[in-house]
Design a protein around this ligand. Structure first.
Ligand SMILES: [Zn+2]
Length: 79
């Protein structure tokens, strides 16, 4: 079973169309039992133009760290 951290990494690849069919299957299995990750996916998809490459180019390191912390706390509080 994939952890939420693994799944978020997979999600970012998935949304970029870079995920293998095998990993897509693992991700789907995780999402079936994990509402925080489903919420993250919904928020992510609702933000136009947001993708991993855009994040890498535009997001300052500090913001990237804050986003990771936010997701981590969200996952933690939901469990
Ligand atoms: Zn999860």
């Amino acid at each position: 079973m994939y952890t939420c951290k693994d799944s978020i990494n997979l999600l970012l690849d998935f949304l970029d169309g870079e995920l293998t069919p095998e990993d897509t299957q693992h991700l789907r299995e995780h999402l079936q039992g994990c509402s925080p990750c489903v919420d993250f996916l919904r928020t992510y998809r609702a933000t136009p133009g947001l993708c991993k490459k855009a994040l890498a180019q535009k997001m300052p390191q500090e913001m990237s760290t804050k986003l990771t912390e936010f997701l981590r706390s969200k996952i933690k509080s939901a469990s």
